[in-house]
Design a protein around this ligand. Structure first.
Ligand code: G1P
Length: 292
């Protein structure tokens, strides 16, 4: 049973400046909901009850978001705005959320290492705080199912265009079924020539406590940071690690163009906006239909 999740959310958000100068990128909203709330919802929908957010300086807004706001609740109650009241109240009750601060930005591997006292001897899920995945079955649930079948560290992957491999952790291995592979290669942000495949790590993992020993034995890698991908490579020498090709669509909120696309797609899926927003987009596209 996987009951705990870790959400690394300490990054500086340099790809989204200046918006992220004084606020966390994880609080950037898609329409009206902060990115991190979608991520917490995915964990909750996958049966997770306990969440540790790896936070850092300038990240207080995340903690406030998952706390009560009594003045706001009083106001909404007085004004009989029941739907909003319930929505706001629910956010503070979504899960048991804990925080630990990463003191220096030393990489995703270093961030995960902060979770060792919290997760103890249990396997746990990792969901990157700047990545939303839209799917029928939550991707963390998909990973839990694979973990239960193989009893092995499980990493979510997706196919990316070959010219984009250098943006991701890339895996290589042997196919076990149509969506599962036994992984023997993990390379963080390889060049096209080095990449063993075009299967990219998609920001969701099920890790076992053995990852902490692997992290201790892993030297700094890309960007002089401790890379989770490198620790996973080390782990493959000791135990089985599998990948699961996700069923769903991934949105990287830390990237400006992806953020725009996410907002448009999510708005088109929202009942109250779908029709007027679609009509608006169509009109704008027609008016601007010219070669760039
Ligand atoms: C991180 C991981 C990388 C993974 C990516 C997915 O990189 O290190 O392996 O493919 O997330 O979004 P980052 O995007 O933080 O540079």
């Amino acid at each position: 049973m996987i009951k705990k999740a870790v959400i690394p959310a300490a990054g500086l958000g340099t790809r989204f400046l200046p918006a992220t100068k004084a606020q966390p990128k994880e609080m950037l909203p898609i329409i009206d909901t902060p990115t991190i709330q979608y991520v917490v919802q995915e964990a909750v929908d996958s049966g997770i009850e306990d969440i540790l957010i790896i936070s850092g300086r300038n990240k207080r807004a995340m903690e406030d978001h998952f706390d009560r706001n009594v003045e706001l609740e009083d106001r909404l109650a007085k004004e009989e705005k029941d739907t909003l009241f319930n929505e706001i109240r629910h956010i503070a009750d979504m899960a048991n959320i804990h925080y630990v601060r990463q003191k220096e930005i030393l990489g995703l591997g270093d961030a995960i290492y902060y979770a060792r006292f919290h997760t103890g001897n249990e396997p746990f899920a990792v969901l990157l705080g700047d990545t939303i995945i839209n799917s029928v079955m939550p991707v963390t649930q998909q990973l839990i199912d694979v973990y239960e079948q193989y009893q092995a560290t499980t990493v979510a992957v997706e196919v990316v265009p070959r010219d984009k491999v250098s943006r991701y952790g890339i895996v290589g291995g042997e196919k076990l079924s149509d969506h599962i592979m036994a992984i023997d290669q993990f390379i963080e942000k390889p060049s096209v020539q080095e990449a063993p495949s075009n299967l990219a790590i998609a920001g969701r993992y099920i890790l076992t406590p053995e990852i902490y020993t692997a992290l201790e034995q892993t030297p700094k890698g890309k960007n002089n940071e401790l890379q989770l991908t490198d620790a996973l490579m080390n782990l493959t020498h000791k135990e089985k690690v599998v990948s699961h090709t996700i069923q769903g669509k991934r949105y990287d909120i830390g990237n400006k163009l992806d953020y725009l696309k996410t907002t448009v797609e999510f708005a088109l899926r929202r009942k109250e906006f779908a029709k007027p927003f679609y009509d608006y987009l169509k009109k704008i596209v027609e008016e601007n239909d010219r070669p760039l």
